[in-house]
Design a protein around this ligand. Sequence first.
Ligand SMILES: [Zn+2]
Length: 278
Amino acid sequence: MQVVILGSGSPIPAPDRAGPSTLVRTSAGDLLFDAGRGVLLRAAAAFSGAVAFKAVFLTHLHSDHITDLNDIITTRWAMSFVPTPLTVYGPIGTAALVTRTEAMLEQDIGYRLAHHEGLNWNPDTIVTEVSEGVVFEEGDVRITVAPSDHAPVHPTVAYRIDDGGRSVVIAGDTIPCPGLDRLAVGADALVHTVIRRDQIEALGVPRLIDVLDYHSTAPQAGNTAERAGVGTLVLTHMVPPVQPGGEQEWIDQARGEFAGEIVLAEDLTTIDLPPIDQ
Ligand SMILES: [Zn+2]
């Protein structure tokens, strides 16, 4: 299994960080977790893409995590030579999101159907709404869901992917919570979105201070990783954006709580988790 951080950014546009999305390459195929700004650009850099995705999994429906789902739907449809339904898993609300996204694309779908003789089917998206438990099993790959806590955004979920005796957890946006604790126990890697309370409070911008309510700080992510006995903590979705030369501060803040390996993600940061039980 291989984990590729496609987008390490946040809602705040940054020139070198795409929006939140993580590619998990498994023995069952390429699985995409969240679909933030620029996801297909970074997927192309990782030699994957809309047609290659076995399934897309959404942690929650905040815009920065889903804004390019429409690009995946269109690109997969328009670049397939036979009908190739897209499989999407997400919290309750995902089916409505997909229905509305396809409605948004109605004009484009009409233009392309009228223009391309060999394209005579509509985009087809198969949605499974998930809340808890095992939601995907194929070969050695098992995906387990637990509720996260991103209140007042609700519902939100975290995912654990097991393959070949290795495991990674995609926390999404959450404060420390029992669901994530259960999911992360013994995981090889934990991909966790993080913010900096000290920097946000110093900036003093009310709209930014609001985000303190429902995100984990780097020390909180470190504490979650430590309690769960995680191997590698991957920090991503940093708010405010990491200042040049400020990378080590983020790591040091998590290091205060966590003794394992810590990676501050950049776009295309890759974690290799080779199978151990085969
Ligand atoms: Zn969010």
